[in-house]
Design a binder for this molecule. Sequence first.
Ligand code: GLU
Length: 446
Amino acid sequence: MSYTSNLDEFKAWITQRYPDQKEYLQATFDIANDVIPVCNANEKYKQWEVFKRLCEPERIIQFSVAWLNDNHEVEINKGWRVQHCGLIGPFKGGLRFHPTVNESILKFLAFEQSFKNALTGLPIGGAKGGSDFNPKGRSDYEVMRFCQAFMQELQRHIGPYTDVPAGDINVGSREIGYLYGEYRKINNRFGGAITGKDIEFGGSYVRTEATGFGLIYFLDDVLKQANTDISGKRIAISGAGNVALHAALKAIQFGAKVITLSNSRGTLFYEKGFTEEDLHWVINHKGKPDNILLSLNERINGVWEADTKPWSAAVDVALPCATQNELIGEDARSLVKNGCKFVLEGANMPCNEAAQKAFKEAKITFVPGKASNAGGVALSGLEMSQNATFHKATYESMDASLKEIMENIHLQCVQEGNEGDFINYTKGANIAAFRRLADAMVSQGI
Ligand code: GLU
């Protein structure tokens, strides 16, 4: 294997290995751009091929999940766990249940997760898993049987010191409960093999809110760095899931005006700005009405636009919190045209390459998810330590720790990404995370 000292060589190398995995290629190119110069300047990183090795997951487990639906028919789904990098702690990352899930998407998510987890400063490696199963439209019994069948295989590959899954898209409190229940029965062990558990059985305060709250704590840091603050800012948020709703809630508490929420069917625009009460109503009724945003609109009388994204709104801040590649070049140009100055990713890689390029050209502050949405996994890390010591920390102390961790990630981005009059958060996050992983790899040898 010859050392690749520039981006083109790297792209050629990884593309010929995984020609069809477009999301994985996208994620590795993005990081390569920033870390290859760091490798070139460090003899050990070069000698030990650190970056190329980080681009190969340590292990990928694929399995089939056969289960019985409510008509007693057999259904067969695919299941995966990508254990990407265990250098700095047990593999750690969520499970996603969505029909679009495939190996490329899980590899990109696991790769990003390794860098994100390194930024938290906690001892957690990177992983991701999931299935092409879609819980939407399924009965509770079907979701339970699916989760049990999924865990019957996954359980042999996880554990508090091995690999600790959590939730992600479509895997929330209900699914985590069923997954954990099955893990506990098979292993006769009550421990931190899964995070995001309910508070009654080993969960942590603030875990549910952590990704969204952490995103707003990070936004607060970014705005302070730019000599301004959240109060009065107009914010567009996409999504209506756990991250979007808790980000909206915290932003409102900080005095901002959140004027959009969205789902796969359209966007709810609300010029007056959602209230905390609106958000609590959605959080408490989630999963019940067919389209929760339409139901919310019946109460508040905003403007529902079907098949539209939030990015046409005139806002100061955009927080894409739905899914990967949801915000493309033309969306970015529309945000820039309408005066948006700050974009922070709440989801994983929601801004595609063209969008990121448009933000860069317009000198818009852009923060990648691996930095700005790290609050969720950080709280998972704190749940793991509480489980390991049979301790339950208070809500206030967890919230304070979350703030501190986000502040520390912000600081690392500023230190590594300072370009004089501009903070390049992508570069900062990529380099800071890479150094932690690379140094661990060098120390641990081949
Ligand atoms: N799915 C979340 C993420 O993308 C959380 C993962 C975890 O808590 O392990 O970071």
